[in-house]
Design a protein around this ligand. Structure first.
Ligand code: GAL
Length: 425
């Protein structure tokens, strides 16, 4: 197909990209009238947020075809493998979703990403984003991605009617309260006490249980070089994990997070621990906060934001760097973030977003307020902040074995080995 430059003549654009430090990849072989954006946002809630951005992109750039290269599977379990294959074979999309933190550092170190310093200067982004987030997307003083949101991982979603039926008056504050609550649901109702889905949702649950049991400092210390996971404290956290998992449903492995969340909102389950993308999904299902579902910080984690951030990149060799640049500009903008996040169930990465856009959602307005009040921070390991892909996959393998053999000591040994291996990478 004939190459068409949509935003600027090629020579001017190449000069602008070079001056901006935006790199521009090799630009080889792409169709400039197209932008291919890679993510895993295909399901309930997620797709709606992405679609809002796509619509804005298409309005602003009617001559560029938007290619939505999303690969299904919550938390990118399938997408990340597909992406790695493409990056290794030098067939990158024009932009892909990569979590701020250790996951992004992996991509940077592998040489997959262009620095975006010029882009940041041009759009005043260093001033618009929180410093701690900038740190997570920087390497050797350069910035490498455009964060679009802040998600919270440690949310306990529950069904108020099921809790009432089980005689639970308050959402559980501690892991002991949670375990007692799960037992009460088991005894008093027909509902599943704790809904989970595919294995990654159990990894997701693990991070909230570790945080709830070890506290913020103890959890954060697990990701420091040389961290010892063989301690009695980690053993106690894993005992809590075991107790929680005893109250999950059996037929879950083929389901994703939407199914577990739906079970809660429809009263088939009492609780699920899931990131706040569930808030976007509940809205999409037409569920009412406070009636069909409610939420609290996952037990033992009140006051701490177990955070993660979705960010978009400019891969080295992106076929259409100028169209990718326009995508990043939209993702970085206040308008783009305020269109995307209320549907996605996340709060904006930008500090100047319009709170009014979040006021209709009781969950999001509370989340925004809490984030702005400066909570304690812990980085999600499952969603790329605290652990790189290799470490995360080693934990996933250990959890998978544990789900088969139920051996908590072996789980702890495997987690400790994974931590030691990560330090020597
Ligand atoms: C996370 C991602 C979120 C959401 C979630 C479930 O890793 O950051 O945006 O997509 O997975 O798929």
């Amino acid at each position: 197909m004939r190459r068409r430059w949509t935003t600027a003549p090629a020579a001017a654009l190449a000069a602008a990209l070079a001056a901006s430090g935006c790199g521009g990849g090799t630009g080889g072989g792409g169709d400039a009238a197209q932008v291919e954006v890679f993510s895993w946002w295909t399901g309930g809630g997620e797709e709606a947020g992405l679609n809002a951005l796509i619509e804005m992109y298409e309005e602003r750039h009617p001559d560029t075809e938007f290619v939505n290269a999303a690969v299904a599977g919550g938390s990118g379990t399938n997408a990340q493998a597909v992406l790695e294959g493409r990056l290794q074979s030098q067939d990158p999309p024009d932009s892909f979703q990569g979590h701020a933190g250790a996951e992004l550092q992996d991509y940077i170190e592998a040489g997959y990403l262009e620095p975006l310093d010029g882009f940041y200067d041009e759009h005043g982004l260093r001033e618009a984003l929180p410093d701690q987030l900038l740190e997570q997307i920087s390497y050797d003083g350069s910035v490498y991605s455009v964060p679009v949101n802040i998600h919270r991982s440690n949310v306990l979603w529950f069904n108020p009617s099921v809790l009432e039926e089980a005689g639970i008056e308050e959402p559980p504050q501690t892991l002991d309260d949670l375990i007692a609550g799960l037992e009460a649901v088991e005894e008093e109702t027909d509902a599943v006490p704790m809904a989970v889905g595919a294995q990654w949702t159990v990894d997701h649950l693990l991070e909230s249980v570790l945080l709830g049991s070890l506290g913020t400092e103890g959890y954060n210390a697990l990701w420091e070089p040389g961290a010892d996971w063989g301690t009695p404290e980690v053993a106690a956290a894993l005992a809590d994990f075991e107790a929680v998992l005893e109250h999950t449903q059996e037929e879950s492995a083929s389901e994703d997070w939407q199914e577990a969340s739906r079970r809660v909102a429809e009263g088939e389950a009492a609780f699920t621990v899931m990131g706040d993308w569930a808030a976007g999904y509940f809205d999409e299902l037409g569920m009412t906060a406070g009636e069909d579902y409610d939420w609290a910080a996952s037990p033992g984690t009140e006051g701490t934001y177990l955070w993660l951030s979705d960010s978009f990149t400019l891969p080295v060799g992106a076929p259409n760097p100028e169209a990718a640049d326009a995508w990043l500009e939209l993702a970085a903008s206040r308008e783009g973030q305020d269109a995307f996040n209320p549907l996605k169930g996340s709060i904006p990465a930008r500090e100047d977003a319009d709170p009014e856009q979040y006021a209709d959602s009781p969950y999001l307005s509370a989340a925004l307020e809490e984030w702005q009040s400066g909570p304690e921070l812990a980085g999600s390991f499952w969603h790329g902040v605290a652990a790189d892909n290799r470490w995360k996959n080693a934990i996933d393998t250990a959890v998978g074995l544990y789900l088969q053999d139920g051996d908590t000591d072996a789980l702890q040994d495997a987690l400790n080995e994974a931590s030691q291996a990560a330090q020597t990478e």
